[in-house]
Design a protein around this ligand. Structure first.
Ligand code: LMR
Length: 397
């Protein structure tokens, strides 16, 4: 019977990892999967995280179950990191939260929770959005639709079109928003956009569902969540999925957190049991390891300072690669306008070239990017900027 199911093609993003690994061209450039790389192309363990690993190793004396919430210090720390340590919603105990297996786990539990709440919810995602949002949300049984987001002619957000759609929504709708560093486009909402979205949520009653996977990799740890905090301070209810893959470099440790903001402490207590129940039915409870490390980094003064400095240095490096790439593109005389590259935020840019051109860059130059033409800017280094710009010149004219 098992032969009834066909073999599926490799995941479009994750498939790039093996394609790149098998490529023998010494000039190959990996701009595919969204992982931070240093100048040598290495995804190093952050120093603060390395020290936290040692401290954890020295102090862990049991491998018994951690419990349904996850590592308590981690969950408390993430609440503060995202919403601010002086957030009234936190002080009023209006947040239900659990540690999850990565940001994907948070999105999946969050979506199943929403489905339990109202099986008629439609989740609106940006056009385009991160490729895995769709299967994650759809497999929880929710309907998905898209709202206009990215303007390919400007490389920025078409907010008028987005707002026009949001204004038509109602209490049966959920709007998935990227907290910062939009994946895949790098085109972020401005603070004024967040203000308008907040007004729309209050007017229409839609539920905001924020996915924040890149806090600290845009303009800074506080700056990147200014919009999310504004929203959280004003709407009664919202869902937030966070990931520690990028800003703590804990990709393989699958470390994330789901926060559900409710109207009262009493509701939060009930919702806490609901999300724990969803997790229990899926994977029982989250792996603890990454949570222990983040807990240490967030609560040890010296490590916290070191982590923030490392994260700032990563964000600064990505920004300088954006400028370096644009300079080289201009120096090569590429006819297409790529000025938006330096305006966009975080690890990604959407080049806006065709799938055929993406394939040509891969086949002829061993430059790997998502089929959509999303590049992981953090995969560039100063040595390959000229090569990438030359290839763009050959492929785009
Ligand atoms: C990405 O967008 O490349 C990353 O978030 C990795 C993934 O799981 O897709």
């Amino acid at each position: 019977m098992f032969d009834r199911l066909p073999e599926l093609p490799a995941d479009s993003l994750l498939g790039l990892i093996s394609m790149f690994r098998d490529d023998t061209n010494p000039k190959k450039v990996d701009l595919g999967v969204g992982v931070y790389r240093d100048e040598a192309g290495h995804t190093a363990i952050m120093k603060a995280v390395q020290k936290a690993q040692q401290m954890h190793l020295d102090q862990e004396d049991s491998k018994t179950y951690i419990g349904p919430v996850g590592v308590p210090g981690f969950v408390e720390g993430i609440k503060g990191l995202v919403l601010g340590n002086d957030s009234a919603t936190i002080k009023d105990n209006r947040i239900a939260a659990i540690q999850t297996p990565g940001g994907c786990g948070a999105l999946r539990v969050g979506s199943e929770f929403l489905k339990r709440l109202n099986s008629d919810f439609t989740v609106w995602v940006s056009d385009p959005t991160w490729a895995n949002h769709i299967p994650l949300i759809r497999s929880a049984g929710l309907t998905i639709k898209t709202y206009p987001y990215f303007d390919t002619s400007t490389g920025a957000v078409n907010f008028d079109a987005m707002d026009e759609q949001l204004a038509k929504l109602g209490p049966n709708d959920v709007v998935l928003l990227h907290g910062c560093c939009h994946n895949p486009t790098g085109a972020d909402l401005s603070f004024d956009h967040w203000k308008t979205i907040t007004e729309r949520a209050l007017e229409t009653g839609f539920i905001p569902y924020v996915d924040i996977a890149y806090q600290g990799l845009g303009d800074g740890l506080e700056e990147d969540v200014a919009g999310v905090r504004y929203l959280s301070e004003r709407v009664p209810e919202m869902v937030i999925a966070t990931s520690c893959s990028k800003n703590f470099g804990l990709y393989r440790e699958r470390t994330g957190c789901l926060l559900i903001q409710t109207e009262s402490a009493q509701t939060a207590k009930a919702i806490q049991t609901q999300i724990q129940d969803v997790a229990r039915a899926n994977y029982s409870m989250s792996p603890a390891y990454g949570g222990f490390l983040v807990d240490i980094v967030l609560h040890n003064e010296a490590l916290n300072r070191e982590w923030k400095e490392e994260l700032d240095a990563m964000a600064t490096r990505v920004k300088s690669l954006r400028h370096g790439l644009l300079e080289q593109i201009k120096a090569q005389g590429v006819s297409q306008n790529f000025d938006f590259i330096t305006e966009q935020k975080g690890m990604f840019s959407y080049l806006g070239i065709s799938k055929e051109q993406v394939t040509q860059l891969r086949n002829d130059f061993s430059i790997y990017m998502a089929d959509s033409s999303r590049i992981n800017v953090a995969g560039l280094n100063t040595q390959c900027l000229e090569y990438v710009a030359q290839a763009l010149k050959k492929v785009c004219g």
